[in-house]
Write a protein that binds this ligand. Structure first.
Ligand code: GRF
Length: 226
């Protein structure tokens, strides 16, 4: 008997956030273990990362099912078979139905490469550059019925620099994603996340944890005054 949290990670692409979560489990940042990785696409690098770590890597290709309902039933079945207690969406490019979200109610996290509620949806780095905003960042949130609308757990802020393009901005955001996603999962596993009036409250942690987080009392002002 172990009290480590069983985590299922859903992916569709390169899986760098999956890697951060697997590493977090290995180095004990996260008191959990990834029990299954599921991709809706064959041949993605995330599957290789899972196999390299010796984890079950399952492909459930949405194209091979006669509708979302059947795809999601298959997905839920695999997650149940692996005893999943928390689902982490990590670059998973399918919208989940209200049925699926209710089935795993309060147990699905997502990472989004923008400061929600600004820039939900797709192509968010490009849209942030087009809008000329000075900051962007990353958000980990619980998943609800909307697109990128659920209660926010943690955010990290990065500046947008004058010479940025989609690639440089995405890379800067991704560094922070790999930092905050394992933290959010850690807190979930420690049962320290509480929903109060639709917002996430974090129960107090240990003093040394402050070093792992961004300084909550600091504001980021950008560009700096010269
Ligand atoms: C990340 O930017 C994540 O925020 C978004 O999709 C990207 C996935 O990257 N949802 P990876 O597959 O984790 O490398």
């Amino acid at each position: 008997m172990t009290d480590r949290l069983n985590i299922g990670v859903l992916v569709s692409g390169s899986g760098s956030n999956l890697q951060a979560i697997m590493d977090g489990c290995t180095n004990d940042t996260i008191p959990g273990r990834v029990t299954v990785v599921v991709s809706n696409k064959d041949g993605v690098f995330a599957l290789e990362r899972a196999r390299n770590a010796g984890l079950p890597a399952v492909v459930i290709n949405h194209d091979r099912y006669g509708g979302r309902e059947y795809f999601e039933k298959a997905l839920a079945e695999v997650l149940e078979q692996h005893g999943v207690q928390l689902i982490c969406l990590a670059g998973f490019m399918r919208i989940l139905s209200p049925w699926f979200i209710r089935y795993f109610s309060g147990r699905i996290l997502n990472i989004h490469p923008a400061l929600l509620p600004a820039f939900p949806g797709l192509h968010v780095q490009k849209r942030a550059l087009e809008m000329g905003v000075r900051f962007s960042g990353a958000t980990v949130h619980f998943v609800d019925d909307g697109v990128d609308t659920g209660p926010i757990v943690i955010q990290a802020v990065v500046p947008i620099l004058p010479d940025d393009d989609v690639d440089t901005l995405s890379a800067r955001i991704l560094v922070q994603e790999h930092r905050i996603y394992p933290l959010a999962v850690r807190w979930f596993a420690q049962k320290r996340l509480r929903l109060v009036n639709g917002k996430v409250q974090l129960d107090a942690g240990l003093e040394h944890e402050r070093e792992m987080t961004l300084a909550a009392d600091k504001a980021w002002i950008h560009p700096p005054a010269s």
